[in-house]
Write a protein that binds this ligand. Structure first.
Ligand code: ADP
Length: 393
């Protein structure tokens, strides 16, 4: 009996051992699968992370704002390329403090305020050594979940252009107010004098009324010119571009200004070749030629000559000009005459009924036609204003 029982137990033991062995293999295989799955998970998490980082890097690199990140020790951890350009950085500043790298105490103070207040917005400062470059910084602290301390992110905007435009606008408003005030106060003065008794003398009254009319005309011209400038600048003007014979356009202006030229005994000559066709808006081109010829009559020599000429510049462009033989324009005023309200001789311009906007309008119109203007003048030998236009066919 015992031997049989012993054999049975042995057989059962063998089966059990085999079962355990099989079970162990299965568990090992499962473990292995889990390990592989875990490894896969890690790889894909890594991939996701690097993808996120690449995206972030691309965003940072393409930002028009400068970006700087400080770590918890106040050391520079990251800067994007725009920041390097804004501050003119020549070398890597990572690892340095703000003060070491950029040498700006106000930025250091911004960083300290951020640590206390959490964020600082709209802080403006001038970049030393760059003329009038103005930057604005917005800064905020951030807390990395793994770390106890906060880092700081600073975003820099270049405000230089905005500031320049703001100043231009302020200057423009100041100039316009001044230009409007002068004729208005003159008109008021004459009206008061008339009311005070001057009206009783018909001769004086007529003289005063003519002066009032002259200043009222000046106001009208000024407002018309201002409207033209604002229309052109705001892009409201739709040019009706057509092929036009330049000589005919010049002829029309010569006819319109003949009586004014006669007053100053100025001879007008239309030397524009008959075969030049330009692509232009007729009304606007008339305005350009009118302003140039009118100036040449006003500021040129009494009894002098004003010539309108043109030539084919190259395959695409025609160059036209208006030349006088008057006193010309000093070299230092050459570029400035195209600016709004710039006058070489203020009193003379006012006397001649000028608004100071004529050449600025000329420049705008020519530029909107894809052309350029320039002045050539030698004091004492007259002034020649050149403009280019595209060939009309
Ligand atoms: P304005 O209304 O005063 O004529 P413009 O913009 O037409 O304004 O001209 C600007 C200034 O340029 C004038 O005030 C004048 O001093 C100068 N100028 C323009 N054309 C001539 C010219 N042909 N000869 C001399 N000076 C000129």
């Amino acid at each position: 009996m015992w031997p049989i029982l012993f054999l049975l137990a042995l057989a059962a033991g063998g089966t059990l051992a085999a079962w355990f062995a099989q079970r162990e293999r299965a568990v090992r295989a499962r473990l292995r699968e889990t390990e592989i799955a875990l490894a896969d998970l890690k790889t894909s998490r890594h991939l996701i992370l690097t993808e996120e980082q690449t995206k972030q890097q691309t965003v940072f690199n393409s930002m028009v704002e400068g970006l700087l990140i400080l770590d918890e020790d106040g050391r520079i951890q990251f800067v994007n390329p725009t920041l390097g350009i804004l501050f003119g950085l020549q070398h890597d500043i990572r690892g340095q403090t703000l003060l070491e790298a950029l040498r700006l105490h106000e930025l250091q103070e911004v960083a300290q305020r951020v640590l206390i207040e959490g964020r600082v917005t709209g802080f403006e400062f001038a970049l030393p050594g760059t003329g009038s470059r103005v930057l604005q910084v917005n800064a905020a602290s951030f807390r990395d979940p793994d770390r106890a301390h906060a880092g700081i992110i600073l975003v820099f905007h270049d405000l230089t252009r905005v500031k320049q435009l703001e100043n231009l606008r302020k200057d423009f408003v100041a100039n316009v107010s001044h230009e409007l005030r002068t004729p208005l106060s003159l008109i008021k003065g004459y009206v008061e004098t008339l009311l005070d008794g001057a009206k009783d003398d018909p001769e004086v009254a007529t003289r005063f009324l003519h002066t009032i009319e002259k200043h009222a005309d000046r106001l009208t011209f000024l407002i018309e010119d201002l409207l033209t400038i604002s229309q052109i600048e705001s892009g409201q003007v739709v040019l009706n571009l057509q092929p036009l014979p330049l000589r005919d356009q010049a002829e029309q202006v010569v006819n319109d200004l003949t009586s004014r030229a006669l007053e100053r005994k100025v001879n007008l000559h239309n030397d524009v070749p008959a075969d030049l066709i330009v692509r232009a808006d007729g009304d606007r081109l008339q305005q350009v030629l009118f302003n140039l010829v009118d100036n040449a009559i006003k500021y040129g020599r009494a009894g002098g000559n004003v010539r309108l000429g043109a030539r084919r510049l190259d395959a695409k462009r025609v160059e036209g000009w208006v030349a006088d033989d008057g006193p010309g324009i000093p070299a230092d005023a050459g570029e400035r005459v195209f600016e709004r309200f710039y006058r070489v001789d203020r009193a003379r311009s006012r006397e001649a009924g000028g608004t100071g906007l004529g050449l600025s309008i000329v420049k705008h119109i020519i530029q909107s036609h894809g052309g350029e203007v320039r002045l050539q003048s030698e004091p004492g030998k007259g002034a020649t204003f050149f403009y280019t236009l595209l060939v009309g066919h």
